[in-house]
Design a protein around this ligand. Structure first.
Ligand SMILES: NC(=O)C1=CN([C@@H]2O[C@H](COP(=O)(O)OP(=O)(O)OC[C@H]3O[C@@H](n4cnc5c(N)ncnc54)[C@H](O)[C@@H]3O)[C@@H](O)[C@H]2O)C=CC1
Ligand SMILES: N[C@@H](CC=O)C(=O)O
Ligand code: NA
Length: 432
């Protein structure tokens, strides 16, 4: 009996993830072939620098200087894009592959957040799969979990820790008292961070992932521009300590929900009660919570960044393709996805953590509490500590449940006064 023909891959990008895919396919070749029903083999590759030492033998693969050429090769059945970047060569390659009616696999959340629907449309027209498990929460099978496992449910809310670099930084700052820059350098060295780490630190990478997750979860069109985004740059060791004293951990959380026919999407450093499962998510781990009307609460956790986990997700997509499993990229045809107006982040109603640093003079605390009182925000607890990090008094507060607009008005009033020595910081509290 003839053995089935292999699935032949054109691989663009041989960095952290691309080299990981080659290593995984080498190490687990026989197992992958048994699971996929046929062998999965790389036939041609492309990267910026052919000579770079990667610890893998490239001599057995054909080489293309121009990644786009992979799409047209007769010995390539499926293209894997691990270059990165929302536009540029990654997007050109995606379009060329789908135009050639070949399946396309990517880990590129930036490209999907900006062009995912157009690419999904092109994939539908070509009747080929577009797959991206690695693009959200690395090795965690959350795309598959939501797109397939939870497909029978109406999802009300999806949220989680979506950036491994930020989680790694926050947890090492907490446990080892290390400075921000030092830990970021480690995250880069370990292959967690994006080529431009400001995407991680400023919450943009998490926002890319959240926009993809929200579309999959709610059947809405991807709306990356509608994600209210704030990163972790303003979080200090003092915040982490005070949050701990008050019974919380700080995590960068992306959260999305449909509320009153509007799509709420935001990425924010948040305080999480110590008993909440997200508070136990440490290092480069990611976690996603999804709430379905029949399945209830789903909790996905695992490694969200780095070579092994991300390569695992890419190859899982390839196994699906080798098996002939397809279906619409965003769980339903692009034409069926609803356009939903964004919610006003100020409409959120929740407890918040507020941190202000003020001059050390009589009456300052009264000015702060007056600003909150005038905005109708009441304080549940307050910690005041001697000299803050910038020479002022450090005041950390937890409010009772309040509307976002009211909290913003109070912070604006404080900032307009003369007592603040630095911009105030607000972080929402996740209760459940
Ligand atoms: N590193 C991680 O933990 C994760 C990364 N991703 C995504 O995977 C993709 C790749 O990330 P990394 O491997 O970390 O990046 P990387 O920077 O380590 O590797 C990028 C690769 O693309 C190649 N490249 C650059 N321009 C090229 C061009 N014009 N043509 C062909 N190759 C080109 C580079 O030579 C390099 O081999 C990105 O979209 C990233 O967001 C997704 C999940 C996790
Ligand atoms: N830079 C990303 C990599 C995975 O998506 C992260 O840190 O999560
Ligand atoms: Na994933």
């Amino acid at each position: 009996m003839n053995s089935p023909s292999p699935l032949r891959i054109g691989l663009a990008g041989l960095g952290t993830v691309g080299a990981g895919v080659v290593r995984l396919l080498d190490t687990n070749a026989a197992l992958v072939a048994r699971r996929a029903g046929r062998r999965i083999e790389v036939s041609a590759v492309s990267a910026r620098d052919r000579a770079r030492a990667r610890g893998i033998d490239l001599g057995r693969f054909a080489w293309e200087d121009d990644a786009t050429a992979l799409a047209a090769r007769d010995d390539v059945d499926c293209v894997v894009e691990l270059v990165g970047g929302a536009d540029g060569p990654a997007l050109t390659l995606a379009r060329a592959t789908l135009a050639a009616r070949k399946p396309f696999v990517t880990a590129n959340k930036a490209m999907l957040a900006h062009h995912g629907l157009a690419l999904a449309q092109a994939a539908e027209e070509a009747a080929v799969p577009l797959k991206f498990e690695a693009a959200v929460a690395g090795g965690i099978p959350v795309i598959k979990g939501i797109r397939e496992g939870a497909a029978a449910n109406e999802l009300a809310r999806v949220y989680g820790i979506l950036n491994g670099t930020c989680n790694y930084i926050l947890t090492r700052m907490e446990h080892e008292r290390l400075g921000f820059a030092e830990v970021l350098a480690d995250a880069q060295r370990l292959g967690f961070a994006e080529a431009d780490p400001t995407f991680d630190i400023e919450g943009i990478d998490a926002a890319h992932k959240l926009a993809i997750l929200a579309s999959l979860s709610f059947g809405t069109r991807i709306d990356f521009a509608g994600v209210a985004t704030q990163g972790i740059a303003a979080v200090t060791a003092g915040d982490i300590d005070h949050a701990a004293t008050l019974g919380f951990r700080i995590r960068l959380v992306g959260s999305a929900a449909v509320d009153d026919g509007r799509l709420m999407q935001r990425v924010h450093p948040c305080l999480i009660p110590l008993g909440h499962p997200l508070a136990a998510v440490e290092g480069p781990l990611n976690a996603v919570v999804a709430e379905g009307n029949f399945v209830g609460r789903l909790f996905f956790q695992g490694r969200g960044a780095g070579e092994g986990p991300t390569a695992s997700a890419v190859v899982a997509d390839l196994i699906d393709i080798a098996r002939g499993e397809a279906g619409p990229a965003f769980a339903m045809p692009v034409a069926a996805l609803a356009a939903m107006a964004p919610a006003d982040p100020g409409d959120s109603v929740e407890r918040c953590y507020l941190r202000v640093t003020v001059q050390d003079r009589p009456g300052v605390l009264a000015e702060l509490t007056a600003a909150l009182r005038d905005a109708g925000v009441s304080i549940e607890s307050l910690i005041q500590r001697g000299v803050g990090e910038d020479g002022g008094v450090f005041v950390a507060m937890v409010t009772h449940v309040a509307k976002g607009q009211a909290v913003a008005a109070a912070l604006k009033a404080m900032a307009a006064g003369s007592s603040l020595t630095a911009a105030p910081v607000m972080m929402p509290i996740i209760e459940r």
